[in-house]
Write a protein that binds this ligand. Structure first.
Ligand SMILES: Nc1ncnc2c1ncn2[C@@H]1O[C@H](COP(=O)(O)OP(=O)(O)OP(=O)(O)O)[C@@H](O)[C@H]1O
Ligand SMILES: [Mg+2]
Length: 286
């Protein structure tokens, strides 16, 4: 079997043991487009049951890291493994398809089939690619629609849904393939602000249930809240990584601190000048 650890199990896995080998590992990954070095030695791990976020400025290589994991891009140097299988070692199209069955990918653009209903969008690949019976695939799809809070939209067409609803269908569609992990790349950045929250809530629910995922996001508070680990990238390097709480409350690198200050708004104001403070008190007293 090409992919030895693939149990075909659901993506919502039990919480892993600390000693388990990482599901995803990148080691010293280098990738350049022509003369443009985009990844310059990336080390990153995701363990089963973990939610890991990659944050960092635009162009720092976040999406490129995700693409290396699905075999869409091949690094010039370094190791990329998913479930113990070397992604760089995949040579045939069949091997790449086998990998993509294990790794779900949700993008900014949801790319649903516009001529199929929501239910059909969720069942087409499980029937055609995984060989599920239609009844089986529909039962799973209905359960997943409940999970993403769209049970009443099974018969709707994508064009009849809001952006946030379509993105939730795209998440359910990824889950329907029973991947071992899901990659989320800026899944809320094309949405109206009022629908961002509903998509983040759904991802948060899935993470609480044990979804293994690697997220690229500009939603800093969300990354802080749901992630076990956070990686901060800049210029194709991991500047710093660690537990989410630590990265957000006590970043070790000045670059991480500057990025978070920009992304989260102005830092806390410096302690008030005692003179100004007493002047303010006086002003309010008058
Ligand atoms: N197919 C490609 N060909 C050439 N250069 C590319 C290609 N894909 C990405 N790049 C370059 O690689 C660098 C990193 O791109 P990447 O998309 O990984 O950044 P990112 O961190 O995801 O940024 P953003 O937050 O804007 O999505 C950028 O300079 C980009 O222009
Ligand atoms: Mg990107």
């Amino acid at each position: 079997m090409l992919l030895p650890e693939h149990a075909g199990g659901p993506v919502l896995s039990a919480v892993p043991t600390a000693a388990a080998a990482p599901l995803v590992a990148l080691q010293d990954v280098h990738l350049a487009f022509g003369g443009n070095a985009v990844l310059r030695g990336i080390d990153l791990e995701v363990r089963r049951g973990q939610a890991v976020s990659i944050i960092g400025p635009s162009g720092s290589g976040k999406s490129t890291i995700l693409r290396c994991l699905t075999g869409l891009l091949e690094p010039q140097q370094g190791k990329v493994t998913v479930g113990g299988v070397s992604v760089r070692g995949l040579r045939t199209e069949a091997e790449r398809i086998a990998l993509r069955k294990r790794v779900g990918f949700v993008f900014q653009q949801y790319n649903l089939f516009p001529h199929l209903t929501v239910l059909q969008n969720l069942t087409i690949a499980p029937v055609r690619v995984l060989g599920r019976s239609r009844a089986q695939a529909e039962a799973t799809a209905i359960g997943l629609l409940r999970k993403v809070r769209l049970a009443d939209k099974a018969g709707a067409y994508p064009g009849e849904l809001s952006g946030g609803q379509q993105q939730r269908v795209a998440i359910a569609r990824a889950l329907a393939m029973e991947p071992e992990l899901i990659l989320f790349d800026e899944v809320t950045s094309a949405l109206d602000p009022e629908t961002v929250g509903e998509v983040l809530t759904v991802i948060g629910d899935l993470v609480d249930e044990g979804l293994t995922c690697l997220l690229v996001t500009h939603e800093m508070r969300f990354a802080e809240e749901i992630s076990d680990e956070v990686y901060f990238t800049e210029g194709g390097l991991i500047v710093e990584h660690g537990p989410a709480r630590r990265i957000f409350s006590q970043p070790r690198s000045e670059r991480t601190r500057a990025f978070l200050n920009r992304a989260l708004g102005a830092p806390a104001r410096p302690p008030a000048d005692p003179f100004v403070a007493s002047f303010d008190k006086l002003r309010f007293a008058i």
